[in-house]
Design a protein around this ligand. Sequence first.
Ligand code: ADP
Ligand code: MG
Length: 228
Amino acid sequence: MSEPVLELRGVVKRYEEVAVLHGIDLRVDAGELVAVVGPSGSGKSTLLHIMGTLERPTSGAVRINGADVAGLDDRRLADVRARDIGFVFQQFFLAAHATVLDNVADGMLYAGIDARTRRRRAAEALDRVGLGHRLRFRPGKLSGGERQRVAIARAVAGRPAIVLADEPTGNLDSATGAAIVELLHELNADGATIIVITHDLGLAGKLPRRVGVLDGRIVRDSHAATTH
Ligand code: ADP
Ligand code: MG
């Protein structure tokens, strides 16, 4: 049996009076590649922030690798995030003044990995995403697709339990986006557990499991057998 790496139970998120998530139940097992799909404003990014411990739910439980994160203080939560979660965002969020290698290596700064190992893993991850020849470049010299590959290398280099990607192809043309989706498939085949948040039905259709979100609720799950 597969192990759950992420479990949400009854997750509600409110901002002031307004409920944005209305009780989300979701289980994702090790080795899955999942699309969370829904229109703009449906609550996808809020869900990603809660799955990634960037925000706390108003109520409900979040378990990562079986551990409930609700009771953790901010510092412990930051440790969980640094060790167990890799993020990829639409806007890449690379440091402009740092080399590609340092951008990826610095992503492991807070994961308790020594400097030499950080650099070795960064170089390996960059090689894995096809950028082994760009280690000394700065992000400004790269194309959008290459920048997103750097961000993906940064997300996977520390071997997190789960990679969360929020609209990773949103700033890319369709051919470049398709190559990024292909890369996510390859990394998943190598063992990474990945959740891709997207409003792009074409992208979602290429992924093995699709979870539909609408108005803060899960309204479909193509792999409902693993949810509760
Ligand atoms: P999506 O990523 O699917 O476009 P979001 O999760 O960004 O959706 O937003 C869902 C809803 O929650 C929107 O109506 C948005 O305005 C609202 N929302 C998101 N973040 C906040 C916040 N910090 N304060 C108040 N409302 C928010
Ligand atoms: Mg969003």
